[in-house]
Design a protein around this ligand. Structure first.
Ligand code: BGC
Length: 875
């Protein structure tokens, strides 16, 4: 009924019954926020309805109230993504509406879309009248929480109010006792001495005429907390936290008032949150009500860091998980099993006794005796403690910490309390990136693998891409991000997320062009200069460009890429890289380093020598640089770097391959072959032979991989490309160690750091490096989408303007399907074996084309937008 009347209504309102307006209007990159928009020159993207084949022209109109700021006029173009605003650059706080209309393939003009809204944040430091404030007392705890407040009067009717805020540390704001927004860790983790992200909130409804109060809580976070790993260091970016707030109120009569952080605020470190630490957890004492309020320490000096609106969605609670099992511990505590390894925290709803403390401990795994396995957290205590003021039931969750866990142990509860399922709820926290892809198949373990990949990414996309979310690390390890980025882009709209982190890479790049091992580097001095890690600076911009079509990501990062390639060049001796060290092919199973230069760090670095890895990644990065120069129209650079890449490839081939496509001057490894093939380092005529050798090594390993972080992501693709798709499939469906299915058979619900982080017969792996939530090996997800289901982007027409559908019909599956919300709308590829044939269904979004490469080897077909059905013979 509702639907029918809504339809009637719109028919009445709209004069054109066949109106097919554009939809999904977005400014900037996908998950960028439209309130607190970060750029003065927005770009505009929209999607066409599925019934449309092609856009032949568009018109964009941007308005501020009734004033037109920009009318593009009709532009004959099929461009429907990232169209740059042509009006005068926007200024801070500007609220604009924009809409678009288009002509379809027949030249028919379609109706205007509804207006989309956009409001800029404070675009430069000049907009800030506020001062940095913090409580003036000395805190007792190592990682204290500061409380800050200010009362003020708003004596007229309020028409609009915005709260602009950031912190040195992490904040939570309240107005009149109500929380502002629903974000966590919102200013996030950037290279704080270079850039601090600011947030914009619409707080019109939280204010009232008369007396108002603003309050802030300020945690240490990554800025002033214990970070990074392996040290007792507190406060890599500074010892003192700080809050910067500016509340701007516009009254109905047009006048305005600003309440900014300054010496008129009061602060204290005495309050219920005694301390809160990202690694160690939160200590909460409900008896400790705030007191000792005193004027704050306020600083006029804003500091060196750029103050710019956060360019992507903050961390939010995205789902909750309820326990599947409760068990009792020997000491009378309870362990709640959430059935899923996740990242966030536990919200508890429990009975408490006055003056008693309830302790919450977390773990990813249980030991054989049923107790928590926390050894792999290393020095991270990951423990929350709640002390009750009065007896009764409380609902509580922490604020400024997070944990990586599946199990929650509660101890210290009233003796006769009976455990209830709703005592513990798992709160899932991560950057709020929309899901855009799905993969599924007829194989339960393959589907579990997809689920583990997705959960691995959820847990490790908490504001920055991290290696792991639980031990005393949680760092933006560049290598892990480099291998996983493409898979992340299949599963979530993480375009703006990656662009932001690349900004941190630029901020953190060394003067000599090197990239720190993890970013933000938290001023960590150590540099491994590792091939495959540093190349996040080239590979990630390229991955983002290919999958979104956003040229800006190449422009922004071009000089960073140039400097990195220059770094490699500076290391060459006669065209080789003999001095290169680094993390090698990290965690390659059954590594047997020969005595010599590349075994200097034990068996974790694999058998492929760093000088070979260095040359491989130098070649790859130089080629990406050349390709980027070409896309950006920098023709001289394109030529220069293409020549450099060709020289590196020639040197690589001469040094490491003989005329039979067999490796020389280095131990023969799967990774050596994989990189030579996947990065096109060897000439076409050697590739097939190298593929034979790779397949032979896999066979010698009993159908198993022998690759680490750098080789594994491209292993199946390299085999497939050289005609060994069956071997690739054998590896994907392998279930003995080491393989993707092996951890699943041991109970994995996320990706593990090692294939044998835990085994049912031998227990836990080396505790020093044993994360149960490490996304790197999840990089296989890319091949599952691209090949098993068959949705492959085309770098020549990026952002899926054109893509290739090339499903691989494997003997292990009955059906497989992938769906992706591309910048042009939904694309899908699904295949199913039936009646001795394979039925293939493909959906091509409007304004794109696809090339169908039939699994039966028939000539390729160009597919126009819309659904397509094929039936082909199985080979
Ligand atoms: C991290 C890795 C990272 C590595 C560097 C580890 O501690 O967890 O995933 O890439 O160090 O080798």
């Amino acid at each position: 009924m509702v639907a029918v009347s809504a339809l009637l209504m719109s028919a009445l309102i709209s004069p054109d019954a066949n109106a097919k307006p554009a939809y999904a209007l977005t400014a900037g990159e996908g998950a960028a926020e439209s309130l607190g928009y970060a750029s003065e020159v927005p770009t505009f993207s929209w999607k066409l309805p599925e019934s449309v084949k092609r856009q032949t022209a568009f018109q964009i109109e941007v308005r501020q109230e009734n004033k037109t700021l920009w009318d593009s006029g009709w532009i004959n173009s099929d461009q429907s993504t990232f169209v740059r605003f042509g009006g005068a650059p926007l200024t801070s706080r500007q609220h604009v509406q924009w809409r678009v209309r288009f002509r379809d393939e027949n030249g028919h003009e379609q109706a205007w879309s509804p207006f989309a809204q956009l409001e800029t944040g404070l675009l430069s430091a000049k907009d800030w009248k506020a001062q940095w404030i913090r409580p003036s007392q000395t805190a007792e705890a190592a990682e204290p929480v500061g409380y800050l407040r200010r009362q003020f009067t708003a004596d007229k009717e309020i028409s609009r109010a915005r709260l602009y805020v950031t912190a040195r540390g992490i904040f939570e704001m309240e107005i009149n006792g109500q929380r502002v927004g629903s974000d966590h860790f919102a200013n996030g983790f950037t290279v704080y001495d270079k850039r601090l992200d600011t947030l914009t909130y619409d707080v019109t409804k939280l204010l009232k005429r008369g007396e108002n109060s603003v309050q802030g809580k300020l945690g240490t976070g990554w800025y002033a907390g214990r970070y990074p790993f392996g040290t007792k260091q507190i406060g890599p970016y500074g010892k003192d936290t700080g809050l910067l707030v500016q509340l701007e109120i516009t009254y109905a009569d047009g006048s305005s008032q600003t309440v900014a952080s300054d010496g008129q605020w009061e602060g204290t470190y005495v309050g219920p949150i005694v301390s809160s630490s990202l690694y160690d957890g939160e200590i909460y004492d409900a008896r400790r009500q705030s007191k000792d309020w005193a004027p704050v320490t306020a600083t006029h000096e804003l500091g060196e860091a750029r103050l710019t609106p956060k360019p992507f969605a903050p961390v939010r609670e995205t789902q909750t998980v309820t326990p599947v099992k409760i068990s009792v511990t020997q000491s009378g505590g309870y362990i709640f099993d959430l059935g899923q390894n996740l990242v966030g925290w536990a919200r508890v709803k429990i009975p408490v006794e006055a003056n008693q403390s309830v302790t919450l401990r977390f773990a990813e795994m249980l030991k054989d005796d049923g107790t928590l396995y926390t050894e792999n957290y290393r020095s991270a205590k990951s423990t929350d403690v709640y002390t009750a003021a009065t007896s009764g039931e409380i609902v509580w969750e922490p604020r400024f910490t997070f944990h990586g866990f599946r199990y929650v142990e509660l101890s210290g509860l009233p003796k006769n309390a009976k455990p209830q399922n709703d005592w513990v709820t798992g709160i899932v926290l991560h950057s709020d990136l929309p899901t855009i892809g799905s993969f599924d198949s007829s194989h339960a373990k393959l589907n579990q693998l997809q689920s583990n990949i997705v959960w691995g990414w959820r847990g490790n996309s908490l504001d920055i891409p991290t290696d792991c979310p639980q031990r005393d690390e949680r760092a933006g390890w560049t290598g892990d991000a480099e291998v996983f980025c493409a898979t992340a882009l299949y599963n979530t709209d993480s375009h703006a997320f990656w662009k932001s982190w690349l900004g941190s890479l630029r901020d953190d790049q060394d003067a000599d062009g090197g990239i720190p091992d993890f970013v933000p580097s938290a001023k960590h001095k150590g540099r491994a200069h590792s091939p495959g890690w540093m190349d996040a600076a080239t590979i990630i911009p390229w991955d983002v460009y290919v999958r979104t079509g956003d040229v800006e990501v190449l422009a922004e990062n071009f000089s960073m890429m140039e400097k990195l390639v220059g770094w490699y060049r500076g290391q060459t001796v006669d065209g080789l890289l003999p001095k290169i060290k680094g993390y090698g092919d990290w965690l390659q199973p059954y590594s047997k380093p020969a005595p010599g230069e590349h075994d200097w760090a034990g068996d974790k670095r694999g058998d492929t020598p760093p000088p070979l890895l260095g040359l491989a990644f130098y070649g790859r990065s130089a080629q990406i640089l050349a390709d980027s120069a070409r896309v950006l129209g920098r023709n001289d650079d394109a030529k220069k770097y293409a020549d450099e890449a060709a020289t590196v490839r020639a040197n690589f081939t001469r040094q490491y391959f003989d005329a039979n496509g067999k490796m020389q001057n280095a131990p023969e490894t799967q990774t050596g072959y994989v990189l030579a093939i996947a990065f096109n380092l060897i000439p076409a005529e050697l590739k097939a032979k190298a593929g034979e050798n790779l397949a032979r090594l896999v066979a010698e390993a009993g159908g198993h991989l022998r690759t680490g972080f750098l080789g594994t992501p491209f292993l199946t693709a390299a085999l497939d490309e050289t005609g060994h798709a069956d071997v690739a499939a054998q590896l994907l469906f392998q279930d003995s160690y080491p393989s993707w299915f092996y951890p699943i058979d041991q109970g994995a619900t996320t990706m593990w750091e090692r294939w044998n982080s835990y085994t049912r017969d031998r227990g836990f792996g080396d505790v020093a490096m044993n994360s149960f939530n490490h996304y790197a090996y999840g990089a296989i997800g890319q091949w599952m989408y691209e090949r098993v289901a068959g949705l492959t982007p085309d770098a020549a027409q990026p952002g899926y303007k054109h893509f290739i559908v090339r499903p691989l019909i494997v003997s292990q599956l009955e059906h497989a399907r992938a769906e992706l919300d591309t910048p042009y709308g939904k694309a899908s590829s699904a295949w199913k074996k039936q009646n001795g044939k394979v039925a293939i269904d493909v959906l091509v979004p409007p304004n794109t084309t696809a090339t169908f490469e039939s699994p039966d080897g028939a000539p390729a077909k160009i597919l126009e937008p819309g659904p397509h059905h094929f039936e082909v013979a199985t080979k």
